[in-house]
Write a protein that binds this ligand. Sequence first.
Ligand SMILES: [Cu+2]
Length: 510
Amino acid sequence: MSYTHSVGERGHRRTVVGGAAGVVALVLLAAGCGAIPGSVTSVDDVSFDQELAIPPLAESEVIDGVRTFSLTAQEGTTSFAPAVEPGTETETWGFDGAYLGPTLRAERGERVAVDVANDLDEATSVHWHGMHLPPSMDGGPHQEVEPGGTWHPTWEIDQPGATLWYHPHPHGATEEHVYRGLAGMFILDDDATRAADLPSAYGVDDLPVIVQDKVLDDAGQLDLTDDGAEPGTLGGVVMANGTVGAFHEVTTERVRLRLLNGSTARTYTFGFPDRSFDLVASDGGLLEAPLELDHVRLAPGERAEIVVQLAAGETTRLASTEADLGSVAAPFAMGGNDAFDVLELRAADDLAPSPEPAWGPSQHAEADALDPDEATVTRTFELDERRINGELMDMSRIDEVATVGDTEIWEVRSTVPMPHSFHVHDVQFRVLSIDGDEPPPELAGPKDTVYLEPRRTYRLLMRFQDYTDDAVPYMYHCHMLRHEDEGMMGQFLVVEPGSEATPGPLRGSH
Ligand SMILES: [Cu+2]
């Protein structure tokens, strides 16, 4: 069997380039597109002969009942061959390693702590994306860690089992820090996910798949030039867990892929050329039941757990096909025409049996349920090019104040024909409707980030269950990280009833 080429397998338009020369060609293409800066009409085609890297499970120690992890942000070098000549080392950043970070894993009801250290030359932070936790533990721009500094957040895991992730969130520099490689998964387990009939052997049939795209310059170094492209840098080098042209040897009838769009700008439409799959979980945990799909769209920051079935001896590839970005002005300039393979799955000649995906309700289901009839507050958020409700991010300004215990509806709308996504810290929300219609079933599960098709109104239902603080805000923002860095973010407090906190200048400082 040959894995040297995948060009034209499914009739997708591809730019056939490979190796460093191809990277150069794409960079030139990206730089030379005149009216449409940053246009990338396809991504590099590579052979799929690199074994998929599996981020190690982070070690932890239970100290006085607290499961304690440690993470150190550091510099290193990484080989992205075959996107570069073998032997070329790319300067990257990672947690406890050169690129990305270990997978943290904890159980609902556990108390966790993370000893974060910053060995970089500049301040960074570690945000626990999707986590329900106090705002002072959230790792946003108010909890930056200075070079040589440490930070020790601790909180109780109190939410459904889910595929969350962690990444830096320093003010104005999030795009660069994530792009250089600072990101990792944080898997939560609970009674429902533990008892579920789902592939669950980490790294065997339960795979973290962090998908990212990069531009590598002619020296093989990460290029993050701001050439004015929207929604940010789209790279011609696509990687899974830092592996370009990755394959995984499948030994079971089904595999579970925990897909994370860890890109800074690119929206993917994941699927397989020759089969459907079951979507089993969205950002914040399990759906009500498996949902058979051909494709799932993921904007930066979104996750999807999917289960795919293989027959003995066969090979298929997780691919991203032309992403439906909604009514954006120039989809081709925003990656909407790009189609490429991401991960090859090679099934062994003998496969161990896997059950059909199924699960029962969580013992927490009733307490976790959100009821739109309980919503007492509606807020509206209008996004234009970089502003939310006409404002750019100001760390000393509180934009919204929510009262603990309240269920709220946030009506979010992008008013411009460019891609945005919307992420809310602290909560998992439900998409109630899009322009008044029921959302598609893949958006029916718990979400913390949602792609905003232009000029459509997304009604999001959420509840601020606990963790009040009059001085330390949570964030809401576009998760296209250049947009976020350029100010597309706001701050909200969750306060006790009767608190005197109001929108406006932030009192106190942290
Ligand atoms: Cu945006």
